[in-house]
Design a protein around this ligand. Structure first.
Ligand SMILES: [Zn+2]
Length: 508
């Protein structure tokens, strides 16, 4: 018995060694991977929540240090703050449950990112006027009604931000105008000229110190921030390499921009007469300013009133006879205007007073012939009273083709005239164009007159109108910022496929 008793433990040890060997063997062999050796590990908690298991605590801290260091270099700051609620607790697990240090870092970066000290800018547009762009007449391609009312920007440096804001404003007024306005050194108007009465950003902008999360965009360069303030975040700005013979106009047109927008995007080009050279790189991008920069101007300018030529037929003279009876001469009217511009585009323009400096004298030519009529020569009739202000030209602006000419200044309710004889084909209301009239001039051309104050009481569909006949009253109906006529000239029915719209000024 005693022998057996002595031997038994030895057998037991041998058996347990064998078992241990088998377990070890199985444990290292994936084919039989059901049994595993648990190993020492570390469980990482963020804000009390487990985010994973890692093999080494010190590797995590080394990695965090390394990331801190590279962030310090990236932003050129002394301190990068890590979340103070990271906890690491010893644990036991199987190797396959372990995750990598970079994985853990990514989770931390997503849930509670490292921060640096800087400033958060809040741009509140809740009470900003909703300035609309009537280039969108008949097209909903850029509906901005869902744009956020409150925007945030992370910036590293206050002074950099102030400089970028100033640069943004200087895209819409010259540096000289800006300095003179700020320092109250504007020259008063003696005869003609202009004075900035007010210049401001209409949005409510606040800056406060903040810990900025590094997984968000943080602006560190003045140039990048200025570009963002002018072109918005979604804008993909691209560049264009100037080809031999390119003009600024052509480059603008080809890129769906107007010349002013090209100048704003390329501050090295000072004026629209700037010469381009072959190979020059130009920045291309559609303006979508973050701020609402408002400028209110008082302008006194002389407008030339072109004389008309009248023909008087004299039956006592032979056909073919022609003599100038009265020499024509252009008149000059001095007009005082109140112009309000938002981000460089006129939104309202009013003529507050006018004074005749020199009267216009129409030319009278006597022609021999039998027709005892007096006919007014000349081309298309101007569709509004004179003087007027062109508040927006035909062409590209803010990425949309403005298919007409905006004429302002003659006042709410002032008459709108047919530009040529023709037949009225539409008297209607559209939520973008407002009350409008279309005339078919029966020579291929059509004209369209939008934003009238009321549905025209003067004409109805099918009416024949003469050039200069009143067809409506100027207003601001539909999508419009202020009283103006949006005047379109088409070859073919407006907005029909195959029709072509033209800059009306080409016809005057
Ligand atoms: Zn317009």
């Amino acid at each position: 018995m005693s022998k057996k008793n002595n031997n038994f433990p030895i057998v037991g040890v041998i058996i347990s060694l064998v078992v241990a060997f088998v377990i070890t063997f199985l444990g290292t062999n994936d084919v039989f991977g059901e049994q595993k050796i648990p190993m020492e590990s570390y469980r990482v908690y963020l804000k009390g929540e487990s985010i994973g298991l890692i093999k080494s605590e010190s590797e995590l801290y080394d990695y965090i240090n390394k990331m801190q260091q590279s962030l310090k270099e990236k932003y050129n700051v002394d301190n990068v703050y890590i979340p103070n609620d990271i906890n690491v607790v010893k644990d036991v697990t199987y190797e396959e449950n372990l995750t990598t240090i970079s994985n853990i870092y990514n989770i931390i970066n997503e849930k509670s990112p490292f921060t640096i000290k800087g400033y958060m800018v809040t741009i509140d547009k809740t009470n900003t006027t909703n300035y609309v762009d009537d280039a969108q007449v008949e097209s909903d391609e850029k509906d901005d009604s869902n744009e956020p009312k409150i925007l945030f920007l992370n910036i590293l440096d206050k002074e950099m931000f102030e400089n970028a804001v100033k640069k943004t404003i200087l895209s819409f007024v010259t540096e000289e105008e800006y300095e003179n306005f700020i320092n109250e050194t504007q020259k008063s108007i003696v005869t003609t000229g202009e004075i900035i009465e007010d210049l401001y950003v209409e949005d409510v902008v606040t800056i406060k110190e903040a810990y900025l999360p590094v997984n968000e965009k943080i602006y560190t360069s003045e140039e990048e921030l200025t570009a963002h303030l002018l072109f918005g975040s979604e804008q993909n700005m691209s560049s264009y390499r100037v080809k031999k013979g390119d003009t600024l106009n052509e480059v603008a047109e080809a890129n769906k921009m107007n010349v002013n927008e090209i100048l704003i995007a390329n501050s090295n080009l000072r004026t629209s007469n700037a010469l381009l050279y072959e190979g020059q790189e130009l920045t291309i991008g559609v303006l979508d300013p973050v701020f609402t920069t408002v400028e209110e101007k008082h302008v006194v300018a002389d407008q030339t009133i072109a004389y008309k030529t009248e023909y008087v037929y004299d039956n006592t003279k032979l056909v073919g006879y022609q003599a100038v009876q009265t020499q024509g001469s252009n008149g000059i009217t001095r007009i005082t205007q109140k112009i309000k511009s938002v981000n460089g585009e006129i939104v309202t323009a009013l003529i507050s007073s006018q004074e005749e400096i020199k009267p216009v004298v129409n030319e009278v030519i006597v022609k021999g012939g039998r027709k005892p009529v007096i006919a007014t020569a000349g081309n298309w009739t101007w569709p509004t009273n004179i003087p007027y202000i062109i508040s927006s030209h035909y062409g590209w602006r803010w990425g949309t083709l403005h298919r007409g000419l905006d004429i302002s200044g003659t006042g709410y309710g002032s008459p709108i005239y047919a530009a040529k004889p023709g037949v009225v084909t539409e008297v209607n209301y559209h939520y973008l164009s407002g009350n409008y009239v279309v005339i078919n001039h029966q020579n291929g051309y059509y004209t369209r007159y939008a934003h009238m104050s009321r549905l025209s009481p003067y004409v109805k569909v099918g009416d024949y109108v003469t050039a200069g006949q009143t067809i409506g009253d100027m207003g601001s109906s539909g999508r419009s910022n202020g009283t103006h006529l949006h005047f379109e000239l088409w070859y073919g029915k407006p907005y029909a496929s195959g029709s072509q719209c033209y800059n009306p000024l080409l016809f005057y």
